[in-house]
Write a new protein. Structure first.
Length: 145
């Protein structure tokens, strides 16, 4: 699933990273990896702090149910761009804002697609929890709530 996330980010990175004159080509893959890891870290943080219900709602309802979740990912990625690659804060925020929201929107679409097992909500939550448990019962309970 994490490899699929990297590919999803990469397919959305054109304008934000790959075609951005402020981003040296040698950093493209590393930045895409950092964007992916920012998404994983924030989603995992949601689970670890007991916000699983909010996470399920985010992926189940169209439109961004939890805009603060996307903002957290944007900020985390922008901070990495600034800290690790020396991208100026305003440019880092612009790059993160161009990349993260479309990726999250695509993740939501793919999570809703029953045929897509990689980004299915059960699989996503299971992977984020370290493959420790089957999340289908929890997702069903939270969906009904």
């Amino acid at each position: 699933m994490f490899e699929k996330l990297f590919l999803l980010v990469k397919s959305n990175a054109g304008r934000a990273v790959i075609n951005n004159p402020e981003i040296p080509e040698k950093y493209h893959d590393a930045m895409i990896n950092d964007a992916s890891s920012s998404i994983i870290e924030v989603l995992k943080g949601q689970m670890e702090t007991g916000k699983i219900k909010e996470l399920v709602r985010f992926f189940q309802f169209s439109g961004f149910y939890n805009k603060s979740l996307v903002s957290s990912i944007v900020n985390k990625f922008a901070n990495k761009l600034n800290k690790f690659y020396g991208v100026e804060p305003a440019s880092a925020m612009n790059t993160a804002t161009l990349l993260i929201p479309p990726v999250m929107e695509e993740m939501v679409k793919q999570a809703k697609n029953e045929q897509n097992k990689d980004f299915g909500l059960n699989n996503l939550l299971s992977k984020l929890s370290g493959d420790e448990r089957d999340m289908s019962v929890l997702v069903s309970q939270l969906s009904a709530a």
